[in-house]
Design a protein around this ligand. Structure first.
Ligand SMILES: [Ca+2]
Ligand SMILES: [Ca+2]
Length: 376
């Protein structure tokens, strides 16, 4: 037995564990009696820490027998020098869990779901020092919104937290949200689907619980939170094809989700002073917020208009005090590169309840780069 490994595991058991920016507190340990050190019988403990199972699913390190006793738990690889199994917890409709890194999946997952349902999963705090959840939509494919961006057929609603999460629908795989607990109240995720739309829905949603004293606890007011020096941020339901739902005049509807007002926060890297926002390169639709977007599909080289300031009244983004611009709100079908030194770094996203004067908008895909401070 590798004594140093065991010692390392023992020492690492009290933490706010960093695992792909997920921070959590898990202080339980599992004991396992093993014959070792020659004739002696010793008790070996290992931390019930986060582990990575098959298909990059996160689990918790438990003894195999413990894992089989957990609702929805299944072993996926080993951990703690093979003393334990990586126990992945996967639960579907009408379930609840207080376990960190629980996965909430559709009925029959990984097969798609075509039916009509109201499928709820309840998140319970795993201990009193938990203040926040990060909900990762590893897979989240629902029906598209109507032509105005309203989630009339399918929706995901996340309720019971300290702030309101807007109903979302369409394609949101890879997106995430943060939400604070509201005192001791549970948080419920409810996915509603309608039989009217024959859509292969699929969801696999990872729920990570975050301790109150975690250094990368997302600041209040941030629905999304990014910590890298660079990154790409897409609006909810951003995707490569148009919404097939047509407006009453027969023109293409939007992929934007209606009635949004949220902040995307970027953690300032130490020694960094400003942030630059640009449209994601190689994508002609990467900023299509208001106006007529369908001309872009006819001729991707078409000149596009950038609109800013008071002319943006329906759907727009806000970047505080961008260098060289009098305005801080932007809309239209193009975004100039924006550099802002105002901290904290926040991108605010606003949409209204319809698309009266817009055609075929898709939302945005923006890349950001933080810049180091210069000078003395
Ligand atoms: Ca729009
Ligand atoms: Ca709109």
């Amino acid at each position: 037995m590798d004594f140093l490994k065991i010692l390392a595991i023992l020492l690492s058991s009290t933490f706010c564990l960093s695992e792909t920016n997920i921070h959590t507190t898990v202080s339980n340990r599992t004991s396992k009696i093993l014959p070792f050190l020659g004739a002696g019988i010793g008790v070996v403990q290992f931390a019930n820490s986060v582990c990575t199972g098959a298909s990059n699913l996160l689990g918790t390190c438990y003894k195999k027998r413990q894992c089989s006793g957990i609702a929805g738990g299944f072993p996926s690889g080993t951990c703690a020098s093979k003393l334990g199994v990586c126990c992945v917890v996967q639960l579907s409709c009408s379930t609840s869990s207080s376990l960190n890194n629980t996965h909430f999946v559709n009925s029959g997952f990984p097969a798609p779901y075509y039916g009509s349902t109201s499928c709820m999963h309840t998140i319970k705090k795993c201990n009193s020092n938990i203040c926040q959840v990060r909900i990762d939509f590893l897979t989240l494919t629902l029906a598209q919104p109507n032509a105005d961006g309203v989630c009339t057929s399918d929706s995901i609603n996340i309720v019971g937290g300290a702030s309101t999460v807007p109903p979302l629908c369409g394609e949101n795989s890879g997106q995430h949200i943060y939400l604070n607990f509201n005192g001791i109240n549970d948080i419920n995720i409810i996915i509603s689907t309608s039989s009217g739309a024959a859509v292969p829905r699929s969801w696999n949603i990872k729920i990570a619980q975050i301790a109150c004293d975690c250094p990368t606890f997302a600041p209040t007011g941030c629905l999304m939170y990014f910590t890298g020096a660079t990154g790409t941020i897409k609006s909810f339901n951003y995707g490569p094809t148009a919404n097939n739902n047509l407006k009453v005049n027969g023109l293409p509807g939007t992929r934007e989700i209606a009635n949004l007002n949220y902040g995307v926060c970027i953690a300032t890297q130490p020694g960094y002073c400003s942030i630059r926002w640009t449209q994601t390169s190689g994508d002609p639709y990467s900023f299509t917020i208001t106006g007529n977007t369908i001309g872009l599909s006819v001729d991707p080289g078409l000149p596009t208009e950038s609109v800013s300031g008071e002319a943006c009244t329906t759907d727009f983004i806000v970047v505080s005090n961008p260098t060289g611009f009098a305005a801080d709100r932007f809309c239209g079908n193009a975004l100039p590169g924006l550099t802002s030194g105002t901290k904290p770094f926040v991108l605010t996203v606003i949409t209204d309840g319809n698309e009266l004067n817009d055609v075929g908008n898709r939302g945005f895909s923006l890349s950001y780069t933080q810049a180091r401070c210069t000078g003395p």
